[in-house]
Design a protein around this ligand. Sequence first.
Ligand code: SAM
Length: 382
Amino acid sequence: MASKRDNVALEELLCMKGGKGEASYANNSQAQALHARSMLHLVEETLDKVQLNSPEVPFQVAELGCSSGSNTLFIMDVIIKHMIKRYKSSGLEPPEFFAFFSDLPSNDFNTLFQLLPTMGTSYERSIENYLAANNGHRNYFAAGVPGSFYKRLLPSRSIDVFHSAFSLHWLSQVPESVVDQRSEAYNKGRVFIHGAGKSTANAYKHQFQADLAKFLKARSQEMKKGGSMFLVCLGRTSVDPAHQGGAGILFGTHYQDAWDDLVQEGLITSEKRDSFNIPVYAPSLEEFKDVVEAEGSFAINNLTVFKGGSPLVVDRHDDPDEIGRALANACRSVSGVLADAHIGDQLSEELFLRVERRGRSHAKDLIEKLQFFHIVASLSFV
Ligand SMILES: C[S@@+](CC[C@H](N)C(=O)[O-])C[C@H]1O[C@@H](n2cnc3c(N)ncnc32)[C@H](O)[C@@H]1O
């Protein structure tokens, strides 16, 4: 039977789990929140590179891959406060600020907009008003922008700062050869490239690099001269693309085994499993850098691999039940929508129960070994 996903482009389907339920992204993004906070100094360094324009011109920030949790609101606040400080220390009146929150059309923008603080009552352009407005309010105008960041999203020369966190490792699509049974790159027996053959891993790598080049090209048209961009996505330290580091452990071990359980229990066919692939790729620093240099629109201020920490945020590191649940929720909040579309809600429920069970019995190992690395890039448009 053809699944919903066979017929629908990834960009029309992909989203993190919306709402505010147990497996929602809003309730399972504490790890990203912690990782983001650990690199705030790098965000601020990027903001220090941005050229300040006339206070008469609105200062525009776009957050790409904003999702439906509060992390995006936290970072927007940091960005705008920092820019107000910069205007102030340059003896300039701050301009009006406009924030664009962008994600794929299936993103739960409603939940995000409900989390958005109300606009401060007074936003006339004075420092006093801006700082006062911060008291539980936002001091920027806000809008949602639906669309893929691998395409144009915003008008030419409109954006001063782009920020994108934990999103660019999502590919625009699973490479076609990876799901083509006649291809050497067919990812037989796997739902992710961790541990896959060379051809499969290379197909993913080429997809990532082609996607990143498209992302940079679109941003180079949208960014104002003198603007800056801060990007962070999953990365890896190994040179071998089939060793996906933390992403490999997350999607290539217990999650993989849970899919195998469904096959062995006769709940799905092996072909059904093999036609599901997680469209995520954690690049190496070199792979990322090669694309930025070849595309050529942006100067690199800083490009590093940053140790992120675990995606499992638990109260008790010795509680296998909590760890199993955290693993299932972490997988489900980011890939649940794709699994639901591929095998239906009921089997998807079975899948994540098995992820939880397997996570519970490997809890100690998971807490020790499941660690993310991130590629962090600070780029300027020159
Ligand atoms: C893990 S969430 C990150 C959310 C948020 N930035 C944070 O720090 O918590 C990744 C987001 O990237 C979005 N995304 C993936 N591919 C995308 C694309 N091609 N265009 C726009 N957004 C995309 C997903 O829909 C998802 O909301």
